[in-house]
Design a protein around this ligand. Structure first.
Ligand code: IPM
Ligand code: MG
Length: 352
């Protein structure tokens, strides 16, 4: 079991270290961890945010545990050298096209949500975000118009096969989340009232739905979805959406849950290799101060065991330990508490 560990920038190394401690505590036979440089840290050392050596480690691994990338020192660099290119490049090079971002309120945390507790407690949803296409990977640039004005432009597009493969992931996820005897629920989020890209997205979703008669497909415009996530998040089960809308809605969902320090994610390709990372960023303002909540990264390690290594029982063990820590009142600064990164890691290890 070869696991690549790419800690990255800011709080990345601190939160990743705690997730590694948890993985090591499980005493898994044959576990082999290999570290690699990504992001601003890699740029400073090797002149590139995603060095070839790091890509090689990724290609030879069964799964990747990823911290975070982003560094203000690098803001002046050309876009292809910025830290974010490490995660975008890995997603593309490794074919990680399906991003799973579950959001669920942990027992005892209903008060931490930005929403009223009775609204927040109903949240149990999964955002399935497409990761390899959309305006993220379209042609882009800043050009001079004839009259001398500068114009920024980014091309948004989805080919039908790109939509079809994420549709299947969405429908299958909805199927597997359905309670026995009930149909699955999949809400496709788009902006088909304005965008042609979204019209094609919607057409393909409807086409693919014929293969999943046990899943109820609905459609929602992204602006309405953002509103409904705050008004009544309990109405959602599985959401499938494009790269940009999924990026925005998943940050929003995290605050509905209570903290962005709690949300894990999996990025999957066609095979079993996957990349696992907290959905939060590198938070340079609190980096190196033992202030970050490592729970999202630890929960990402649980997803790694589940999706890439087929170790459901061990994954559930980690999730139970985090859940127990939270019900016992273990809180970092993000949740109004004062416990540091290492102490939260200790508390979870103890419960494990
Ligand atoms: C995320 C992040 C990334 C994204 C950034 C760091 C490029 O916000 O994983 O949600 O936009 O996809
Ligand atoms: Mg994001």
């Amino acid at each position: 079991m070869k696991i690549a560990v790419f800690a990255g920038d800011g709080i990345g190394p601190e939160v990743t270290a705690e997730a590694v401690r948890v993985l090591e505590a499980l005493d898994l036979p044959g576990l082999e961890l290999t570290e690699g440089d990504v992001g601003g840290a890699a740029y400073k050392k090797h002149g590139h945010p995603l060095p070839e050596a790091t890509l090689d480690i990724a290609r030879q691994s069964d799964a990747i545990l990823f911290g975070a990338v982003g560094d203000f020192d690098c803001d002046h660099l050309e876009r292809h050298l910025r830290p974010e290119q490490a995660i975008l490049g890995l997603r593309k090079a490794m074919g990680f096209f399906a991003n799973l971002r579950p959001a669920k309120v942990f027992a005892g945390l209903e008060d931490a949500s930005a929403l009223r507790p009775e609204v927040a407690s109903a949240i149990d949803l999964l955002i399935v975000r497409e990761l390899n296409g959309d305006v993220y990977f379209g042609e882009k640039g800043i050009r001079k118009l004839d009259d001398g004005r500068r114009q920024g432009w980014d091309m948004m597009s989805y080919a039908e096969d790109e939509v079809r493969r994420i549709a299947h992931v969405g429908f299958k996820a909805a199927q597997s989340r359905a309670k026995a005897g009930e149909s699955g629920k999949l809400c496709s989020v788009d902006k088909a009232n304005v965008l042609e890209t979204s019209q094609l997205w919607r057409d393909v979703m409807i086409e693919v739905s014929a293969e999943y008669p046990d899943v109820e497909l609905s459609h929602m415009y992204v602006d309405n979805a953002a509103m409904q996530l705050v008004r009544n998040p309990g109405q959602f089960d599985t959401i499938v959406t494009g790269n940009l809308f999924g990026d925005i809605l998943s940050d929003q969902a995290s605050m509905c849950v209570g903290s962005i320090g709690l949300l894990a994610s999996a990025s999957l390709a066609e095979g079993t290799c996957g990349l696992y990372e907290p959905i939060h960023g590198s938070a340079p303002d609190i980096a190196g101060k033992d202030l970050a909540n490592p729970m999202a990264t630890i929960l990402s390690a649980a997803m790694l065991l589940r999706h890439s290594l087929g170790m459901e029982a061990q994954a559930a063990r980690i999730e139970a330990a985090v859940g127990k820590a939270l019900t016992d009142g273990i809180r970092g600064g993000d949740l109004g508490g004062s416990m540091g990164t290492r102490a939260i890691g200790d508390a979870i290890l103890e419960r494990l």
